[in-house]
Ligand binder design. Structure first.
Ligand SMILES: [Mn+2]
Length: 305
């Protein structure tokens, strides 16, 4: 069975508009600036609030040993409504069963993008995950996150496992998802097997974004290798979202290969009791290093549209 890979290239992104190119799929033209109806003139007590949308940049760097097949992460972005950002991360353990972990994540993401405008989904990312999961027939499992922005600024998030999301406002982390896991390095996951989690296990959040907010969505390959303060400083250096996504992915990639870097992953491992043998500890050594992984980064800037 062949499975299409739905990876949309953002061809340009200049402030108020961005467009998607894909050989066989088109979400339609990007919404143009829409004026509020003037049939009901706004009063001072109800000021006109402009609609918002995401200006989106993406970047994926596969695991060094999985470059040939493009890694096992999959993502899609869409201009639907205010914008949709989604990442699935295929659970690599399936390769031990001779199952390609990329099949499930890619099919799940393809199905999620297919059901975006579905009536039953009704703009609810949790329902979207449920429908996408039900339609996925590949063997495997994946962690997954979906964030959907409405034009009124409401962002709805559904997250299963350890992909992550940060909202940056005025140079600070305004909101952060937390990972769901069974135990260290074993995240919640949607699976082809009944032992896995379902969309009902998703952590759901709803919050209001304002113009100027920046959203960073990533697979664990980003958050295991890059600290929040590094995300903040990197985002502050770029006005272009594609450049920002690329810079964050490159930073994560560099840290993932650095055995002396005390990464979020190595810190967490030590907190959970994993460390170098006692005789190395006596010598002042500790468990360090980044985590080699597929790295997917999506950066969205909230703009008025
Ligand atoms: Mn990963």
């Amino acid at each position: 069975m062949s499975i299409s890979v739905f990876r949309y290239a953002v061809s340009h992104c200049h402030g108020l508009s961005f467009s998607f190119s894909h050989d066989s799929f088109n979400f339609g033209s990007f919404p143009i600036k829409r004026m509020r109806s003037l049939s009901c003139a706004p009063s001072e007590s109800s000021p006109v609030r402009s609609e918002v949308s995401f200006c989106i940049g993406t970047h994926l760097i596969p695991h060094p040993s999985k470059i040939d097949k493009g890694g096992e992460d999959a993502f899609f972005v869409s201009s639907y409504n205010g914008g949709i950002l989604a990442i699935a991360d295929g659970v690599s353990g399936w390769s031990e069963q001779n199952v390609d972990p990329a099949l499930f994540s890619k099919e799940l993401i393809a199905n999620a993008s297919y059901f975006v405008g579905d009536q039953e989904v009704n703009d609810d990312p949790q329902i979207l995950l449920g429908k996408a999961h039900a339609a996925t027939s590949s063997q495997g499992s994946a962690t997954v996150i979906v964030a959907m922005l409405e034009k009124n600024g409401i962002l709805k998030i559904a997250n299963v496992g350890d992909c992550g999301l940060r909202i940056l406002r005025k140079g600070k982390v305004f909101f952060s998802t937390s990972a769901q896991e069974h135990y260290f390095d074993c995240p919640y996951q949607l699976s082809s097997e009944v032992v896995g989690q379902t969309y009902l296990d998703a952590m759901v959040n709803s919050l209001e974004l304002i113009e100027g907010d920046t959203i960073v969505v990533g697979s664990d390959g980003l958050f295991d290798n890059v600290f929040d303060h590094e995300i903040i400083s990197t985002i502050s250096r770029f006005s272009d979202v594609t450049e920002a996504a690329k810079a964050l992915a490159n930073l994560a990639n560099n840290h993932s290969r650095d055995t002396s870097f005390d990464s979020p992953y190595s810190l967490e491992a030590r907190n959970r009791g994993y460390d170098v043998p006692w005789w190395k500890k006596i010598l002042g050594m500790k468990l360090t290093g980044g985590k080699l992984d597929d790295i997917t980064v999506i950066v969205g800037q909230v703009v008025s549209s």
